[in-house]
Ligand binder design. Sequence first.
Ligand code: NAI
Length: 207
Amino acid sequence: MKNTRIPDETIRRLPLYLRGLQFFADQELTNVSSEKLADFLHISAALIRKDFCYFGDFGTRGVGYDVQTLVKQIREILKLSTPRKAILVGAGNLGRALLAYPGFAAYGFEIVAAYDSDPEKIGTKINQTLILDIKTLSKLKRDGIGLAIIAVPAEVAQSVADLIIKSGIRGILNFAPTYLSVPKRVKVISIDIAIELGRLPYYLESE
Ligand code: NAI
């Protein structure tokens, strides 16, 4: 693997490549061309080739890329080879949907606990996950939990993030529509469906 810093834009596409490669692996294909992957993912083949060059995989002309090798390399780069435990904070409408989503397992993620502040929810289970009191959230790193998902109202998201960070967690996936201020050692990735929707009309043909 090349010892180059991989740009964030490329890192952002790697999970997408994994999904495409998994599709071809499921069809028992051993090799795939950048064109075939590009067609499947609706990304340009040149961009795929450029991204793959960052980790030194140039494929073989006429044969393409070895699917399993690529899957292994991408999983290593993304540090997905080790299963990861995550917690969810905010067991409301969104939290409930996330706890029911089976797709995390494909990337080796497991939501091992959920936290909430509502006494009515604490002690109940959603999809076999026990809802714990937010006040008991501490020293999660000690239990091998390195990631947290925030699905609380925006007004409390910062205080929840502070608690999460205090417990030793360094990776946060934030669904609350607000900016979180965190120390440099912590990585926050924010997801907002409204923002994605906001750019969708631009691509529509004029009505
Ligand atoms: P909800 O009101 O159904 O759930 C919020 C949950 O957080 C409740 O169970 C509440 O008891 C809990 N909570 C409140 N304060 C807390 C605290 N200090 N500590 C722990 N738990 C606390 O709201 P919903 O619809 O599930 O939305 C949750 C968040 O996700 C909101 O910020 C909403 O704007 C956002 N959202 C984001 C989307 C996205 O695409 N990023 C899509 C939908 C919602």
